[in-house]
Write a new protein. Structure first.
Length: 62
């Protein structure tokens, strides 16, 4: 499974970072950085939570 970020859509709310801090973070300018795009079974639920919490649907799992 892989996390896909639609960067132009991302507004830097940071809710995804709160849901999945091991997978992503906001940099000093408030830009989302994916620390890991590939997600294993151990992090699947966390990645799904990050996708669901994004208010602008900038993340998806494929």
């Amino acid at each position: 499974m892989r996390i896909v970020l639609d960067r132009p859509r991302c507004e830097g709310h940071g809710l995804c970072e709160e849901a999945a801090p091991r997978l992503m973070h906001l940099d000093d300018e408030g830009v989302l950085v994916l620390d890991r795009e590939e997600v294993g079974e151990a992090d699947a639920a966390t990645a799904d939570a990050a996708v669901r919490v994004c208010p602008v649907a900038a993340l998806r799992l494929v």
